[in-house]
Ligand binder design. Structure first.
Ligand code: DGT
Ligand code: CA
Ligand code: CA
Ligand code: ZN
Length: 575
């Protein structure tokens, strides 16, 4: 691969930027910047000149030192000066520099004044309004920064959490093979059950870290070793996923688990509380002066600070610390509380298994019921059911129910919400179903007002029970359609119908923030999988993760009810 002028110029520009952020002499900064400009503007490739034996110092602005650096870039692809700077400054600085509109001058101010070292830091600072308070920044810059951070995240820097579960568990298994007894866990956003993760954070308690580190960096799936220390290493897997490994002593395991689970905002709030109580908290433990007070277990850390144990899903600095102090944390719903699945598809529309197979699989999971909710006729690509086919399916369900003991298949439909807010099937048949889910599958681009009115009208149908995947978002690929969810929540509260948390990892829709607002207004949530095969019944865990992040308890979830109570509730919704 020949090195082009653009590549050399980019490296010189990066050196100039990093030097500037590092407070280097301004003449040095300018020398690199000018050289970058000169090389970029040259008609001939510098690498060709070099090979032809030309003297590079003949180029204006290129002295001996810069000529040597060009040679290094052409022959090795990089140069020591750049590598040294990248090591010297926090690695997140490079990510920040890539944000549109943020040059080295602004990044320098952010780094030096606000200690912003990563996109995450920057997001926190911008949200807190600290960026606009800096000289030369302003509200506009701050808003633009937040938008660009979101855009970068969407551009593929993150992974769906559900997609990395297998590789996370495999890697943990690999490390367990080295130290069978050592306490070991995944921390970070992964443990907090966020919908997406930026990287994985593995924590191990051990007195002899070296074998673990060796096994970690030599793991089969490792593509690149980013850092290799005695207690701290980072790698990038072939999938592109970065993994950090940290090994601590047993006495620090709980404190480190708390620290690396985060979120950063939660950590900051906990640290502030600790200070107020005369303690210091870090990844090594809780300290009073120099004296270690606690830290072997996470519970101890909370207890020392006068707090009830806070579940990882709640650690976002959204009121969990005050609730923990008041001993008023919610008793979060868990997968074991779920009695049935109310959104799934069979071979009649676009599913891969028969009703009978879905029912057997649900029963084997310990469920008492499920609702078959195949698509309705408008969705022709999914072979949606018209009235006649749905009637036939209802008879089939009667047969399955007569053959199965201790399990009930409910009759349902995921009926399309039409352009005008009507439903895709007539009331005469909806009335005879047990569960009606209404979903938007087309016309995503209506204005917010029209979209909101359309969905509210659908909810007014007397047989409507649950709004399916309410915002239509597809994580990392499709933005939600524009819809006024606070108004939808208000309407659901008045109308007495439910909203869905769809457990499909790409959807996880409603988002936790909205789901929490919904239960606060008394709206019940249905956590469903939208399974299209028996295996996908397993997606419930992801829906539950999102529900827990929304502070949702068993009582808020429709499908934690017994069949008898569920029928009663559905009757109320449809009265
Ligand atoms: P991610 O990986 O972007 O999905 O999000 P997290 O939360 O896993 O963040 P990550 O991997 O950068 O760091 C893991 C945890 O370590 C984070 O949640 C809190 C803690 N942490 C990392 N850096 C800092 C920091 O500069 N300050 C504080 N207070 N905590 C930090
Ligand atoms: Ca992480
Ligand atoms: Ca990390
Ligand atoms: Zn759907």
């Amino acid at each position: 691969m020949p090195i082009h002028n653009k590549d050399i110029a980019a490296k010189f520009s990066e050196i100039a930027d990093l030097l500037e952020i590092d407070n280097a002499n301004e003449f040095r900064v300018r020398a690199y910047r000018n050289a970058a400009r000169t090389i970029d503007a040259m008609g001939q490739d510098v690498s060709a000149l070099m090979e032809a034996g030309e003297d590079l110092t003949q180029i204006q602005g290129i002295g001996d030192e810069l000529a040597k650096k060009i040679e290094s870039i052409v022959t090795t692809g990089t140069v020591k000066a750049l590598e040294d700077l990248r090591k010297k400054l926090p690695p997140g600085i490079t990510d920040i520099l890539k944000l549109p509109g943020l040059g080295p001058k602004k990044v320098k101010v952010l780094y030096q004044e606000l200690k912003v070292k990563s996109l995450e830091d920057l997001e926190v600072a911008a949200k807190a309004g600290k960026v606009s308070a800096l000289p030369g920044m302003g509200k506009k810059t701050e808003e633009q920064i937040l938008k660009n951070i979101t855009a970068r995240i969407d551009a593929g820097l993150r992974f769906l959490r559900a997609n990395v579960v297998p590789s996370a568990e495999a890697l943990l298994g690999h490390l367990r093979g080295i130290e069978k007894e050592a306490p070991m866990t995944l921390c970070g956003s992964y443990r907090r059950m966020r919908d997406t993760v930026g990287d994985l954070d593995i924590l191990v308690a051990s007195e002899s870290p070296q074998p673990l580190m060796d096994a970690f960096v030599s793991y089969d799936e490792v593509d690149e070793i980013l850092a290799n220390g005695s207690t701290k290493s980072s790698v990038r897997l072939r999938s592109g996923l970065q993994v950090d490994l940290r090994v601590v002593k047993e006495e620090s395991y709980g404190a480190a688990m708390h620290y690396f689970t985060g979120s950063q905002a939660h950590n900051i709030a906990v640290r502030r509380r600790a200070q107020e109580m005369g303690f210091k908290v870090n990844e090594y433990g809780v300290f009073k002066g120099e004296a270690y007070v606690a830290g072997a277990a996470e519970e101890e850390v909370f207890e020392t600070l006068g707090l009830a144990y806070i579940e990882p899903e709640l650690r976002e600095d959204r009121g969990e610390i005050a609730s923990a102090q008041a001993r008023a944390l919610p008793g979060l719903v868990s997968e074991g509380d779920i009695r049935g699945d109310l959104h799934l598809h069979s071979t009649a529309s676009d599913g891969r298994n028969s009703i009978r197979e879905m029912a057997e699989a649900a029963k084997a999971r310990g469920y008492a019921y499920l609702a078959v909710t195949d698509h309705s006729k408008r969705l022709t690509i999914a072979n949606g059911l018209d009235e006649k086919r749905l009637r036939a399916q209802m008879e089939e369900i009667d047969t399955v129910n007569s053959e199965m003991k201790g399990f009930t298949v409910l009759k349902g439909s995921e009926v399309d919400i039409m352009d005008d807010g009507s439903l895709d099937l007539p009331d005469e048949i909806l009335r005879d179903l047990d569960v009606v889910i209404g979903s938007v599958h087309h016309k995503f681009k209506l204005g917010i007002e029209e979209q909101t009115m359309r969905v509210m009208k659908a909810m007014d149908n007397p047989y409507f029970c649950i709004l399916g995947h309410p915002t239509g978002r597809l994580l990392l690929s499709r933005e939600p359609y524009e819809i006024d969810i606070p108004r939808i929540i208000e309407h659901a509260a008045q109308r007495g119908c439910c909203l869905e948390i769809n457990g499909n990892p790409q959807r996880l829709d409603l988002h936790e923030i909205y789901a929490r607002a919904a239960i606060q207004q008394g709206v019940m949530i249905s956590v469903n999988t939208d399974a299209h095969s028996v295996e996908q019944l397993d997606l419930m865990q992801h829906g539950i993760g999102q529900a827990r992040r929304a502070w949702i308890e068993t009582k808020h979830v429709l499908n934690t009810r017994s069949l008898k109570d569920l029928r009663k509730t559905l009757a109320v919704i449809r009265s």
